[in-house]
Write a protein that binds this ligand. Structure first.
Ligand code: NAD
Ligand code: TYD
Length: 340
C-alpha cells in the first residue's frame, strides 16, 4: 500500500506521517511538500532514512509534476493536508490560498481520476461552517450544518470540499472528508495561537490577545486527529464527511492564562490588541458520527496535552528558534508591530 501524504512537512501532516509509520510499518509513505514558509524538512529528519518513506519537494499546483509522480509511484491512497492554513495571512493575501487550497486540490483530484486510487481523503476544517454565537452553547457543528465561511482561508477550504464531493458524484471518485477543530501539539508553526503564546512567554514578550479574548475554539491534540484520519481511511464510508472534535471548548484568554501559569510567568504579559477582521466567535464540533460509526474518541485531555506541548517546545528549542529567527521576524513586525 502506497500512501501519498501532501503537506507532510507541516504541523498535522508530519504528525500523521509519524503516526502511520508507527501504526502501519508495512505501508509506504510518499510525502509531497512544496516547503513553503510553513514546511520544514527538519521536522521529518527522524523518518527521512526509513526504507518505506520518500520525500518529494513538489507544489500540488504543478500538474505535470504531480501527474509524473502518480505515473511513477501509482499510489493507492492520497491524503491531502497541503494548504495555506493561517487565517491572518489569508486576510492579508487571499490569492495564494485560492491557488493551493482550491486549484492544488483540483490537480490532485484530476491525477486520482486519471491514474485511479482506492481513496482520496481531504483534510478539511470546522471553519467551513462559519461560527456559532457565544450565547447559544446548545449549538454545535454537525456534518449537515450549512457551509457559511468567514475568511478567505475558510472560503478556500469550503471550495475544495465542494470540488471533492463533485468529483465523487460526477466521476465516482472514492473520497472522504474530515472536518476537524483546532489542533495543537508538537511541530505547530509559531504563528498560531498556542505555540506563539508559549514562545513569547519564554521570551518574556507581550502576549497579543485579539479583541477581548472571549472567542472560543474547540481544541484537539494532534495525535487524536491523526488517529481519526487513519480510522476514516480504513473504515470510513466513501462519499462521507466526518467531523472530528473532542468537546473541548476554551476561550482564548483562558488558554493564554493556562500557558502563563504552566510556565510560572505573570499575567501582566497579556496585551489586548486590535481584533482580527471578521473574527469567528465560537467553533464547536458535534463528533457523534465519527464516534458512533467508527468508535473514535479523543484520548488526550487538554490539560495533559497542553503540558506535553509546552514540554515539547521547551525541549525542542532548535526547531522553533531556527524558524523565529528568520523571515518570521518580518511577519511578526508586520502583523503585530503597531497593532493597537
Ligand atoms: P501547516 O501550515 O502547518 O502545513 C501546511 C503544509 O503544506 C506545509 O508543510 C507547506 O509547506 C505545505 N504546502 C503549502 N502549500 C503547498 C503546495 N502548494 N504544494 C505542496 N505543499 C504545500 O498546516 P497544518 O496546520 O498542518 O494543516 C494541515 C491541513 O489541516 C490543512 O489542510 C488545514 O486546512 C487542515 N486543518 C488544520 C487545522 C489546525 O488546527 N491546524 C484544523 C483543521 C484542519
Ligand atoms: P489561530 O491559532 O490562528 O487559529 P484559527 O484562527 O484558525 O482558529 O487562532 C486561534 C484563536 O486565537 C483565534 O480566535 C485568534 C486568536 N489569536 C490571538 O488572540 N492572538 C494571536 O496572536 C493569534 C495568532 C491568534
Amino acid at each position: 500500500m502506497t500512501i501519498f501524504v501532501t503537506g507532510g512537512a507541516g504541523f498535522i501532516g508530519s504528525n500523521f506521517i509519524f503516526h502511520m509509520l508507527k501504526t502501519h510499518p508495512d505501508y509506504r509513505i510518499v510525502c509531497i511538500d512544496k516547503l513553503t514558509y510553513a514546511g520544514n524538512l527538519s521536522t521529518l529528519s527522524s523518518v527521512m532514512d526509513a526504507p518505506n518513506f520518500r520525500f518529494v519537494k513538489l507544489d500540488i499546483c504543478d500538474r505535470a509534476g504531480i501527474f509524473a509522480l502518480f505515473e511513477e509511484e501509482k499510489p493507492d491512497v492520497v491524503v491531502n493536508f497541503a494548504a495555506e492554513s493561517h487565517v491572518d495571512r489569508s486576510i492579508e493575501n487571499p490569492s495564494v490560498f485560492l491557488e493551493t487550497n482550491i486549484l492544488g486540490t483540483s490537480v490532485l483530484l484530476d491525477a486520482c481520476r486519471t491514474y485511479g486510487i482506492s481513496r482520496y481523503h481531504q483534510v478539511s476544517t470546522d471553519e467551513v461552517y462559519g461560527d456559532l454565537p457565544l450565547n447559544r452553547p446548545d449549538l454545535f457543528f454537525t456534518e449537515e450544518t450549512p457551509l457559511h465561511t468567514s475568511s478567505p482561508y475558510s472560503a478556500s477550504k469550503a471550495s475544495a470540499d465542494l470540488l471533492v464531493l463533485a468529483y465523487h458524484r460526477t466521476y465516482g471518485l472514492p473520497v472522504t472528508i474530515s472536518r476537524c477543530s483546532n489542533n495543537y501539539g508538537p511541530y505547530h508553526f509559531p504563528e498560531k495561537l498556542i505555540p506563539l503564546m508559549i514562545i513569547n512567554t519564554l521570551a518574556n514578550k507581550p502576549l497579543p490577545v485579539y479583541g477581548t479574548g472571549e472567542n472560543v475554539r474547540d481544541w484537539l491534540y494532534v495525535e487524536d486527529h491523526c488517529r481519526a484520519i487513519d480510522l476514516i481511511l480504513h473504515n470510513g464510508r466513501i462519499g462521507e464527511i466526518y467531523n472530528v472534535g473532542g468537546h473541548n471548548e476554551m476561550r482564548n484568554i483562558d488558554i493564554v492564562k493556562l500557558i502563563l501559569k504552566e510556565l510560572g510567568k505573570s499575567e501582566s504579559l497579556i496585551t489586548f490588541v486590535a481584533d482580527r477582521k471578521g473574527h469567528d466567535m465560537r467553533y464547536a464540533i458535534d463528533p457523534t458520527k465519527i464516534h458512533t460509526e467508527l468508535g473514535w474518541l479523543p484520548e488526550t485531555k487538554f490539560q495533559d496535552g497542553l503540558k506535553k506541548t509546552i514540554e515539547w517546545y521547551l525541549t525542542n528549542r532548535d526547531w522553533w528558534e531556527e524558524i523565529v529567527s528568520g523571515e518570521y521576524q518580518n511577519y511578526y513586525q508586520k502583523m503585530y508591530g503597531d497593532r493597537k
